[in-house]
Ligand binder design. Structure first.
Ligand SMILES: NC(=O)c1ccc[n+]([C@@H]2O[C@H](COP(=O)([O-])OP(=O)(O)OC[C@H]3O[C@@H](n4cnc5c(N)ncnc54)[C@H](O)[C@@H]3O)[C@@H](O)[C@H]2O)c1
Length: 369
């Protein structure tokens, strides 16, 4: 296909992340027209300096008749209405993470896309990252032995969002990575979250995800309020341990051939050490690094042109939103929440104002509701 006969794609919301989609779309041979859709006129002005052929629209209604597909990169609370509008017009849609702010909204979007027979994809960028593919292969090949636990940390003095807390902003990445790597979705979630620098929006969160098959627990720490930037996934097994550090430019994945096990002589003899330790090599496998956003956008375009189902389709986005909703409910009610409760249509919104706040600004699960 030549540029002249290619797809016409609009990016709705061209702030920090939408402008990256604009850059990536420009390098795709099968995209002929790229449109900026943003009520802020500065966005199109700035982008058109680098990409003079861009079309610009102030709102989606105006743009839709001229487009085959849109990528929605607006604040999360706007994802559902914008996506439904595009779907209704028969336009293919990719929505940035999180797909929606409630599982019910995500389900509505999936139904609408099915009824109109258009592609609905979610921008779970890490599922297009070669380091994450490597982690998944290691789990599938049982390279780590028995999987003991997983741990993720996504911390920084982060950008506070207007319309969502740190759980909905950062945790979608970790939940999508964990679901993908384990090839499963969790059965229950426990969460503790608190807000400090912002009066309403939680800026620190700890999630505990329980998976059944494989039977393993994953801990997720997300924070907009940490002095150190951390982007890390750790998997610990009985034979080996692996760390994916997305901030490392050269050694993103390090496999530690080390472990610890109970000493065979463990028993009544308290003079013997209880554990024995094994230290081996640290190996950093070579990764072919293609920009994940490029791989993702290319896949979206291929799905439209070739009639394929996306790797991160609506159901994949819904699975992540269910976990986020369960986490929100768990933090508010101070209990473990089953994903089945969310699927059964449990409370869909935890009203932030209902969270009782300590005098120091933090909230603890034991005292909520
Ligand atoms: N996949 C990733 O790694 C990744 C990284 C960052 C952000 N994101 C996601 O991208 C989305 C946007 O985040 P951001 O950091 O770019 O936000 P941003 O605030 O920088 O940009 C949002 C843009 O949307 C525009 N906008 C708001 N309402 C609109 C509407 N109704 N129609 C059209 N435009 C509208 C705003 O004017 C602004 O330009 C969020 O969903 C976020 O979670 C994803």
């Amino acid at each position: 296909m030549t540029k002249a006969t290619g797809l016409r794609v609009g990016v709705v919301g061209c702030g920090y992340w939408g402008s990256k989609h604009i850059r990536v779309l420009h390098s795709l041979e099968s995209v002929s027209t790229i449109a900026v859709i943003d009520p802020n006129p500065d966005r199109a002005l700035q982008l058109s300096r680098n990409y003079p052929a861009l079309e610009a629209y102030k709102d989606l209604d105006e743009a839709l008749p001229h487009l085959d597909a849109v990528i929605i990169a607006t604040p999360p609370s706007t994802h559902k209405p914008l996506a439904l509008k595009a779907i209704e017009a028969g336009v293919h849609v990719m929505v940035e993470k999180p797909l929606a702010t409630t599982a019910a909204d995500a389900r509505d979007m999936i139904e609408a896309a099915k009824a109109k027979d258009v592609v609905l994809m979610v921008g779970h960028t890490f599922e297009y990252h070669s380091a994450v593919w490597q982690l998944r292969e290691m789990v599938q090949r049982k390279e780590l032995g028995d999987l003991y636990y997983l741990d993720t940390a996504r911390l920084n003095l982060g950008l506070y969002q207007h319309d969502c807390n740190v759980l909905f902003d950062l945790a979608p990445h970790d939940v999508s990575i964990l679901n993908y790597v384990l090839g499963a979705t969790p059965v229950s979630v426990q969460c503790w979250s608190s807000h400090h620098a912002n009066a309403k929006l939680e800026d620190v969160g700890y999630l505990r995800l329980h998976y059944k098959n494989p039977d393993v627990t994953a801990n997720v720490h997300v924070s907009w309020l940490d002095p150190c930037k951390v982007r890390r996934v750790t998997m610990v097994g009985s034979q080996k341990m692996v760390i994916f550090n997305d901030l490392s430019s050269e050694e993103r994945i390090k496999v530690h051939d080390k472990g610890v096990s109970q000493s065979p002589q463990l028993g009544e003899d308290l003079t013997q050490p209880p554990m024995s330790y094994r230290y081996g090599d640290v190996v950093s496998p070579h990764l072919v690094m293609n920009e994940p956003l490029m791989v993702e956008d290319e896949h979206f375009v291929d799905c439209i042109l070739l009639g394929m189902s996306p790797l991160t389709g609506g159901a994949n986005g819904l699975a992540v939103v269910e976990v986020l909703e369960a986490a929100q409910l768990s933090a508010a009610e101070g209990r473990e929440v089953l994903i089945d409760e969310i699927r059964a249509g449990g409370p869909q919104k935890v009203v932030l104002e209902e969270v009782k706040i300590h005098q120091n600004g933090s909230a603890s699960v034991g005292e909520l509701r």
